[in-house]
Design a protein around this ligand. Structure first.
Ligand code: AMP
Ligand code: MN
Ligand code: MN
Length: 345
């Protein structure tokens, strides 16, 4: 099969993705058994888009297995079909294709045994890579769930309330509740269609934002004690000991970085978490001028311009210094650029 690669920077719900969509639907139409997976440490977009993709395949009369290296976070377990996502370290075929959702390579799944299959890559990250046999990367899509929605539309498959709920969750979580860059008129249009198709926005928001486990609140308390600010840069961290003391798990770290970004003065922020194996997981966020995907990319990670991540070597103190230095430098560059622009203007 000829590999098709589409890397678009196009607004959603337009037709310039016809070719990759047609190519993907052709592979889905011709095959029988598919594996659907996403990145390790799945977030709302990963879980919701996997479930919606599984539902699309089922409605097309296909067999779909959904596998994740890490368990589904508690806040997403009420999603329809969430209990069908298996947690595994290795997958076993046979599959006609593996669909990788929001991954920049097979390794991001942290699943073993994927190598020999036909790979379909559907992604919306700025750092997206055309690593697969078939690649559809739309950097302007608010979430991969939006791309799965377009597959439903193109396949002529009606959205069930269950599929609409899963896709609504991807839109809600990846836009931070319609807050982050990438939220545009078409995002609300999509949300409207999903609600019309049966997604309950209040129930989903309550499940995602008002079901916080106590362990997460304790962890947040520990992280806020470590909050530092220097001009427009802020950072906070948690040690392995904080994790143990709070009885926290990885998913409890989700969103903590936003607290460092939440004051008016701060423009870029980092959250660092000490991992068991003495590595340090870093989340980066920016309010606009600084491209944190570029920083994360240089350090072996990736993401979006305003939300990115990477993993550094420890110890924590060294990773902190390294990342703060990167943020200072990036901010100085961004400032120079905008001052230059002001001079010209
Ligand atoms: P996080 O800080 O983990 O919430 O990640 C922010 C964004 O960056 C998400 O869209 C992630 O999918 C992406 N991201 C995080 N870590 C990596 C990585 N190592 N490689 C590529 N993308 C990443
Ligand atoms: Mn994700
Ligand atoms: Mn996403």
């Amino acid at each position: 099969m000829k590999a098709i690669t589409s890397i678009a920077g196009s607004a959603p719900l337009r037709d310039d993705a016809d070719e990759p969509i047609a190519a993907i639907l052709k592979v889905l139409g011709e095959g029988e058994r598919f594996l659907v997976c996403s990145h390790a440490g799945p977030d709302g977009d990963a879980v919701g888009s996997m479930l919606a993709m599984g539902m699309l395949l089922k409605r097309m009369g296909k067999h779909a297995d959904m596998v994740s290296a890490d368990r589904v976070p508690i806040v997403f377990r009420a999603l329809p079909g969430a209990d069908r996502i298996q947690t595994a370290m290795r997958v076993h075929g046979p599959y006609d294709a593996v669909i990788l959702l929001e991954c920049d390579g097979v390794e991001r799944t942290r699943l073993q045994g994927l190598e020999s299959f036909f790979h379909i890559n559907i992604d919306h990250h700025a750092s997206g890579v055309a690593f697969a046999d078939l690649n559809w990367i739309d950097r302007e899509a608010a979430c991969v769930g939006e791309m799965v929605y377009r597959l439903f539309r193109s396949a002529g498959v009606a959205l069930t309330p269950e599929a609409a709920s899963c896709i609504y969750t991807t839109v809600l979580t990846d836009t931070g509740g319609f807050v982050y860059g990438g939220t545009r008129a078409s995002t609300f249009e999509l949300a409207r269609e999903l609600v019309a198709a049966g997604a309950d926005p209040i129930r989903i928001a309550q499940q995602v934002y008002f079901s916080t486990p106590i362990s997460k609140l304790l962890l947040l308390g520990a992280a806020l004690k470590n909050l530092h600010r220097e001009g427009r840069v802020a950072w906070l961290w948690i040690s392995q000991e904080d994790m143990i003391r709070s009885c926290a798990v990885e998913e409890d770290c989700e969103g903590i970085v936003n607290y460092a970004l939440s004051t008016a003065e701060v423009e870029v922020a980092a959250f660092l978490r000490e991992l068991e194996e003495k590595r340090v997981r870093v989340s980066l966020r920016s309010k606009g001028r600084v491209n944190v995907a570029a920083i994360a990319g240089r350090l072996g990670g990736g993401g979006h311009e305003n939300a990115a991540g990477c993993t550094l070597d420890g110890p924590l103190s060294r990773a902190k210094e390294q990342i703060v230095e990167e943020l200072r430098a990036a901010l100085a560059c961004a400032r120079e650029r905008s001052e230059g622009r002001n001079l010209i203007a």
